[in-house]
Design a binder for this molecule. Structure first.
Ligand code: GRF
Length: 191
């Protein structure tokens, strides 16, 4: 199963997926990294693993459809089965969504539909909720709205700082994402 990971940031989830593959816990290949931010730390991680990396700047394209058309071509050429969003900070448009419907996954650091959008951990912390968590879902046109595949809860204890919550969430993300990807099946229909 060939994966394209789309990420814009640190890449700790990218790392966790690659490690799960290297440890034999996940039968897949990260065939390509797509990153929309020049200099993002995830790029160096991919280069260290010698994973094919595409860095693009959305603002050099006239439209979202144009850069998604280019990314679709990259995915098709490499036979990508699933697109794995891991901290990719752009909504996916119809150009990629239609061919890859139910083949694009996202991980979000809250129990959706609570706290969608940016800084979900900060939102949960500020609202003083006692339980938050992690969601893996299929991507649709909305922001963090697609069908939920799996969730895991995290308790925010009295005295936890926001950093403590970030650490707990990340520890769950790094196990949950590879374990959800393990359940995906290669589909026969070509993209
Ligand atoms: C993760 O918290 C993920 O849930 C969210 O973006 C963050 C990416 O972190 N979508 P990293 O770059 O994988 O460390």
């Amino acid at each position: 199963m060939k994966l394209a990971v789309f990420a814009s940031g640190t890449g700790s989830n990218f790392d966790a997926i690659v490690h799960a593959i290297q440890n034999g816990e996940l039968d897949a290949e990260v065939t390509m990294l797509v990153c929309d931010r020049v200099g993002a730390p995830v790029i160096e991680k991919a280069q260290n693993y010698e994973i094919d990396t595409i860095v693009f700047s959305a603002n050099v394209y006239e439209s979202k459809a144009q850069y998604e058309e280019a990314l679709l071509k990259d995915c098709r050429e490499r036979g990508i089965d699933y697109i794995i969003l891991a901290g990719f900070m752009r909504l996916i448009g119809p150009t990629l969504l239609e061919p890859y419907r139910n083949r694009i996954l996202n991980i979000h650091p809250s129990l959706l539909p609570a706290f969608p959008g940016k800084d979900a951990i900060g939102q949960a912390f500020d609202q003083q909720v006692k339980i938050t968590g992690v969601t893996v879902h299929f991507v649709d046109e909305g922001m963090d709205t697609g069908p939920i595949i799996e969730q895991e809860a995290v308790r925010i204890e009295d005295g936890d700082t926001k950093d403590d919550v970030v650490r707990k969430i990340q520890a769950i993300e790094h196990k949950l994402y590879p374990s959800v990807i393990r359940t995906l099946k290669i589909k026969e229909e070509s993209i």
